[in-house]
Design a binder for this molecule. Structure first.
Ligand code: HEC
Ligand code: HEC
Length: 529
């Protein structure tokens, strides 16, 4: 993890706004170097970014990325990428944070350990499990009234947030963001979520006063960072009626996923995304996943614990919801959570808002339990289809194989997108800086995705995949990673370029074994770091 982290941080500094600076080591430096530039200055600097001058990325997306990765908004030193890490699928998890904490305790993510004003900004869940303190139900009493949640990955935001008005929310936000789809404070848009994140995560003191504690984003900063975020991951939905995966078990998993009398995942996660089958929009449900969390929330004035009741509740003075069905009111909200995309999530476990399920198979298993079957969402589906959902242990494995195939393909496409870009830059800039550093950064970013496909999809240290999934492809991907390593250590651009080109052909032949009609359209934001 350290090895993956350091080069990214280093390159971020070397390549963008401050191309002439010597590479520095570590995130703390990275943040402080380019923290206080205006959006306009960043925009001007982005004209010189080799990805922009070659037309791979627009100047606005480059600017949004620069803000996302480096702007601190006069706050406590954190950036969006303190929690949404490009090298870790734009999220953090327990092992990742533990390694970062050990190797880079100076990282701004851990500012609460150094700054006496911020000791209660986070809880021990941050370092132990990657859980982040969120005052989702208002800042009235920030050190007691809070929940702790996992960090959303930020893939596919372009297609996963348009609010479906058909759930129980009386006044839904325009866009459903965050685990409960509460949307941003203010107008509820993904655009304004940035300002919500500044107030939550960036303050210098918990008084959270604009001015002394942080500054809010300008309209320009909001616009370009929105464009960047909407260009992450994929821009299209698959069509599961056309998708054909070549592993027989995975293909059976596809059928179970879609069959309304079997796993019926497709009703809520249509085509593996986040939208409801009837409307194509993003809906909230009470699946009773709220019964589980790996994190500890806040405390009520009467000493009882606070649990996460999902959507709504910020205006309430008292808890209104018995979240864990233990006979006392423990949360602010209506019990509903927002449907996230599935394909993109497979390598970002543990799953759900409370980080409770370690692998995709155990996430599928949740839907076969009495907890889900007896939930408001589960019962509504039973009424709709006239029978309860039936998920066998075999279905858990085959749906796992299916989703692992789709996430593996997604990872390989991200990898190839980055390798293609590295090749373009090698042709154009040879060994000239900053083109050379960006090539290396893209190659490392590509390798992170290929490694994910190999170690989190096709194999998994926490789950035995039997029989092996696309074993020939696994061998080819290992060879592709070798080529990338050789390319990274090459001393001249033409050697580097020929290794990139072999790596691309290995990735392509591995990818071809997964199936047909798995076609992702990818956003240009994937080329930024
Ligand atoms: C300290 C960690 C941390 C930082 C820093 C942070 N986030 Fe987040 N982010 C989270 C957590 C936790 C969630 C889930 C919040 C929720 O459910 O309400 C989240 C959720 C999101 C989402 C919702 C995604 C979805 O699928 O609905 C967006 C968008 C987002 N963050 C953008 C940002 C931006 C932009 C910044 C920088 C201004 C930022 N975040 C900084 C932890 C962080
Ligand atoms: C009734 C609607 C509904 C159905 C049916 C449904 N889901 Fe979900 N799914 C949700 C909601 C809502 C969440 C968010 C739950 C939470 O975190 O509290 C979720 C979360 C998930 C997550 C976690 C994603 C992440 O980023 O951590 C996975 C994985 C998932 N679902 C897969 C599936 C699969 C596979 C099926 C079929 C077996 C399925 N879901 C059926 C609504 C549904």
């Amino acid at each position: 993890l350290l090895q993956r982290f350091v080069p990214f941080a280093t390159l971020g500094v070397a390549c963008l706004a401050s191309c002439t600076l010597p590479a520095t080591d570590g995130a703390a430096n990275e943040a402080s170097v380019a923290a206080n530039l205006t959006g306009e200055k960043r925009f001007a600097d982005c004209a010189k970014d080799p990805r922009v001058s070659t037309g791979l990325v627009s100047q606005r997306i480059c600017t949004g990325a620069d803000i996302f990765f480096r702007e601190t908004f006069d706050g406590n030193g954190r950036t969006c990428s303190s929690c949404h890490r490009v090298e870790n699928n734009f999220t953090i998890d327990g092992p990742f944070v533990q390694a970062l904490h050990q190797n880079h305790p100076e990282d701004p993510l851990f500012v609460f350990e150094r700054d006496p004003n911020l000791t209660q900004l986070e809880t021990t869940d941050l370092v132990s499990r990657g859980g982040v303190l969120e005052n989702v139900d208002g800042f009235q009493d920030p050190v007691n009234r809070f929940v702790v949640r996992a960090v959303n990955h930020l893939f596919s935001l372009a297609i996963t947030t348009v609010a479906d008005t058909g759930d129980r929310a009386t006044n839904p936000p325009v866009e459903r963001t965050g685990w409960a789809g509460d949307g941003a404070p203010g107008d509820g848009s993904l655009r304004q979520f940035l300002n919500g994140a500044i107030k939550q995560h960036y303050p210098k003191t918990l008084a959270r006063i604009e001015g002394p504690d942080f500054r809010l984003a300008t309209d320009f900063e909001l616009d370009v960072t929105l464009e960047f975020q909407k260009s992450l991951g994929r821009l299209n939905e698959l069509d599961f009626t056309q998708v054909n995966v070549f592993d027989a078990g995975a293909q059976e998993g596809r059928r179970a996923y879609m069959d309304p009398l079997r796993a019926r995942c497709n009703v809520c996660h249509f085509n593996g995304g986040a939208n409801f089958i009837d409307t194509g929009k993003n809906r909230n449900f009470d699946t009773r996943n709220r019964l589980f969390t790996g994190f500890r929330g806040g405390t009520q004035p009467n000493g009882f614990p606070i649990f996460d009741a999902g959507f709504g509740g910020a205006d309430l003075t008292q808890p209104n919801f018995d979240v864990i069905e233990a006979g006392f009111l423990s949360g602010f909200g209506n019990g509903e959570f927002n449907t996230p995309p599935v394909i993109d999530a497979v390598d970002t476990g543990p799953f759900f808002h409370g980080s409770v399920e370690p692998n995709i198979e155990s996430a599928v298993h949740f839907y076969s339990t009495q907890d889900f079957l007896g939930s408001p969402a589960g019962l509504a589906l039973n009424r709709r289809f006239g029978a309860p959902v039936v998920i066998t242990p075999e279905d858990e494995r085959t749906i796992g194989r299916f989703l692992r195939t789709l996430n593996g393909a997604f990872n390989l496409d991200l990898g190839k997108q980055r390798l293609d870009a590295a090749q373009t830059l090698a042709n154009q800039f040879h060994d000239k800086e900053p083109g050379r550093s960006v090539q290396l950064g893209l190659m490392r970013a590509a390798d992170a995705e290929i490694k994910d496909a190999l170690t989190k999809d096709l194999t998994d240290s926490g789950f035995t995949i039997d029989p092996p999934l696309y074993p020939v492809a696994q061998d080819q991907l290992a060879l592709a990673r070798n080529e990338i390593a050789l390319g990274l250590s090459a001393t001249d651009w033409s050697t580097r370029q020929s290794h990139i080109s072999v790596a691309i052909s290995r990735v392509l032949s591995a990818r071809a074994q997964f199936g047909a009609n798995i076609t992702y359209r990818l956003g240009a934001g994937n080329l930024m770091f």
